[in-house]
Write a protein that binds this ligand. Structure first.
Ligand SMILES: [Zn+2]
Length: 85
């Protein structure tokens, strides 16, 4: 059994981060393309701009967002997203 981290740069500020790819908050740069992970500071800033400043409840951060992913959770066969030809 092992654990998996994704080491990357925050899509918003460029800070080096490690994330749980299944749980971390992410954004689409320019509103299109794949979602890319963001750091906790940018997530909190996003919540301020898009949620709390408008009187909305903040989007909760998954407590596992920046914790390692158990490899069994990644390779359990439940991901059917890429099975179509
Ligand atoms: Zn950031």
């Amino acid at each position: 059994m092992g654990w998996i981290y994704l080491l990357c740069s925050c899509a918003a500020c460029g800070a080096p981060i490690h994330v749980n790819i299944e749980k971390c908050p992410s954004i689409r740069i320019g509103g299109t393309g794949p979602r890319e992970p963001i750091c906790i500071n940018c997530f909190n800033r996003w919540n301020e701009i898009h949620r709390t400043s408008k009187g909305l409840e903040p989007v909760p951060l998954d407590p596992q967002a920046y914790e390692p992913l158990n490899e069994q959770d990644m390779w359990d066969g439940s991901d059917t997203e890429n099975t179509s030809a």
